[in-house]
Design a protein around this ligand. Sequence first.
Ligand code: ADP
Ligand code: MG
Ligand code: ZN
Length: 611
Amino acid sequence: MKDDKNNILKQVLIYLTISLILLLVFNAVLLPMISNSKVTETDYSYFLEQVDEGNVTEVKLDDTEVHFKVRDESGKFHSYVTGAMDDPDLVSRLHENSKIVFTKNYQKDNALFTFLVSWVLPFIFIIVLSNVLFKGITSRMGGTNAMTFGKSNAKIYVKAQTGKTFNDVAGQDEAKEALEEIVDFLHNPQKYAEIGASLPKGALLVGPPGTGKTLLAQAVAGEANVPFFSISGSEFVEMFVGMGAAKVRDLFKQANEKAPCIVFIDEIDTIGKKRDGSINSNDEREQTLNQLLTEMDGFDGKKGVVILAATNRPESLDPALLRPGRFDRRIPVELPDLGGREAILKVHAAKIKYDSDIDFNAIARATAGASGAELANIINESALRAVRGGRKSVNQFDLEESVEVVIAGYQRKNAVISQQEKEIIAYHEIGHALVAAKQKNSAPVHKITIIPRTSGALGYTMQVDEGEKFLMTKEEALARICTLTGGRSAEELIFNSCTSGASNDIEQATKLARAMVTRYGMSSGFDMIALETVSNQYLGGDPTLACSPETASKIDDEVNNIVKRSHEKAIMILRENIEKLHELAHYLLEKETITGDEFMGILNSESPVTV
Ligand code: ADP
Ligand code: MG
Ligand code: ZN
């Protein structure tokens, strides 16, 4: 409460100071300019001169000043002021000139009236004006589409505003089921009350970026038919200490008033980070978190306020936040599987025009590991491509090409690559493809291309599994490493040298081999020992070694051995098939892009194809 009062006091003070400054400026500069604009100061002799000449029409006398008006030849009036003199004749002099209207002891203005006009009126004016301005600013900060309630930026979404329902979320069936239960509770709480079940207070959506966490929350809002408050974690963290906590308080106050309702806090990790004693901990954030914890304990679970939150860094959240009674339910929103990907593609394809013969399953198979956001992007890219090609609807080829755009970037059509480099790239890619094709545990080759991409890839070989794979056997892992070394092996075999082009292959091979040793227990040197732990699993995963330095060097040896054996095997495979290597590489050089079928056709044909 103290924070609130302090803030209000501060605001009022700032307000008063600004008003006072404005007022001073007004009185010192503007008022004289307005009121004295046409009055010229002059000397007494000029006044007498004009009286004698009969030009003066009006005179006002007071103790210190003489105000008078003069009509010139053209009939225009001018106002003058001059100091009053001790001139006893003046009155009779003016009297002689019957034309002059004059007032003696004229009081300049009523003192009260002057005070009102120059101090009170502007003050009222400034207050009214600034009130209007302030209101304008705050309502603009609060967002335009949603209603704003008081200080907090939390917005109430009602059905029509998010326009999303569970139908817009494809895949994610488990997450939907869990959320549907919450929606159902809000619709008929008595059904649950009869049994004595109480509603979970909070549910935490966790998963990698782009899997549809925000979308799910919006769908809940669309389905719920109850008020839906949505706020992003970052909105709590403000410049002024105490503002975040005030906002949390405010949010929950509103939520309590509007119960039953749903409160959604997106990216909760911005405020929910573990509180640790480190020096650079953020006071504001900790205050906000403490307030959140207090509020979550404070409200009555039966009242029907449900808190949803989303994060992709669950391990960084404060344990206090995760304990039962707060976010006691954790809803994983994982990367979509094959069926999920196909469903997501279809949901988004419904918004575009496409040919009837499109095979979404093939696209889903080619996009293992892609998130919902990436799939939505692929659909949009394909539509853009169709427009660029002057077509009225999207075809299969547009989709396949946009998969590659999203994975590897756009084609760099005008990149100039010398013939010799092209040849190296062609052999490199065919090296990968051949090694892949000649091994049992390897996914079939889908496409090979040597058209450079904006991501920096000079060419690549796409392998697409027949179905969805959830496990990887040791044999498959080794086959994968062997395939990755195939490119470099071809360069060595044919050109007897190596290039920097294999750097990405090397990186991937090392990563996989390392994981085999440290995490999958697939090496001969170590038993089932976790030598590495992975943190941040939803954001790429940063492995941390959990072993002694001696063991670490043994791991390096082991990794090196795995890659080395695979490399040797790849060279052996290529050596056995060197004619096919030449033949395929030349074919690829000619065509630049070949499909998996063309590749297999040549590989399996008895007589060499001439190009
Ligand atoms: P995040 O998990 O990072 O909050 P979003 O919910 O913001 O991800 O998803 C971004 C976009 O990706 C959505 O607007 C939607 O177009 C698309 N998307 C993600 N997942 C799905 C899904 N399961 N079904 C349909 N579209 C999805
Ligand atoms: Mg999000
Ligand atoms: Zn390569």
